[in-house]
Ligand binder design. Structure first.
Ligand code: HEM
Length: 163
């Protein structure tokens, strides 16, 4: 039983570290960059920032995934994936899968592509619209993540729709 508590603690710490970072990027960093005079300068800053954040997000994602699947195993909760009342279980796995693909496949591939196609400037064409577009995508993911967190906390503590 202690292992389950430890897994839950690590799971929540991983979620806080990871989604908290996404929230900061979405609500503070991207709006600030969109208002900077030089979009190219803003993108240079953002690229360095993103690379560093991606590293810590990868670690949190791994921690959340390992602790999450351990809890499914320890609680023997596999059948929840067949019941819609546990929509937040599906949502957790989908968000985790999406971010994992972004962080482990697309982000490194994109970085390599930029390095090959724009080796001198280190980036492709950028305007302040670019940051607004990036912010919209982040906001969508942030809202989905927050809804999932709300559903997961409520559901884990016994509040299930229809019960
Ligand atoms: C591979 C992906 C994941 C798996 C397999 C997983 C699995 C689980 C399990 C089994 C629980 C415990 C449920 C219970 O006690 O009844 C849980 C709790 C929770 N998960 Fe996940 N999870 C995953 C990803 C995520 C993600 C991406 C988030 C955030 C967006 C998240 C947020 C939470 C929260 C907030 C709790 C509630 C903790 C509590 O209040 O006790 N999980 N997760």
């Amino acid at each position: 039983m202690d292992e389950l508590v430890i897994a839950r603690v690590l799971h929540v710490l991983g979620v806080v570290f990871w989604i908290g970072g996404v929230a900061m990027v979405t609500t503070v960093l991207l709006p600030t960059l969109a208002r900077m005079q030089s979009a190219a300068e803003a993108m240079r800053f953002f690229s360095g920032f993103r690379q560093r954040f991606a590293m810590q997000a990868r670690i949190s994602t791994l921690l959340v995934g390992v602790s999450g699947f351990y809890m499914v195993y320890a609680l023997d909760a596999w059948q929840r994936f067949t019941q819609w009342q546990y929509w937040w279980m599906h949502a957790m796995v989908l968000i985790w899968l999406f971010f994992s693909v972004m962080l482990f496949v697309l982000e490194p591939r994109n970085r390599r592509r930029v390095a090959v196609s724009a080796p001198l400037s280190g980036q492709l064409e950028v305007t302040s619209e670019t940051f607004i577009r990036i912010q919209r995508k982040h906001l969508f993911l942030l809202i989905l993540s927050l809804l999932t967190i709300a559903g997961a906390v409520a559901g884990s503590h016994g509040w299930l729709i229809g019960f």
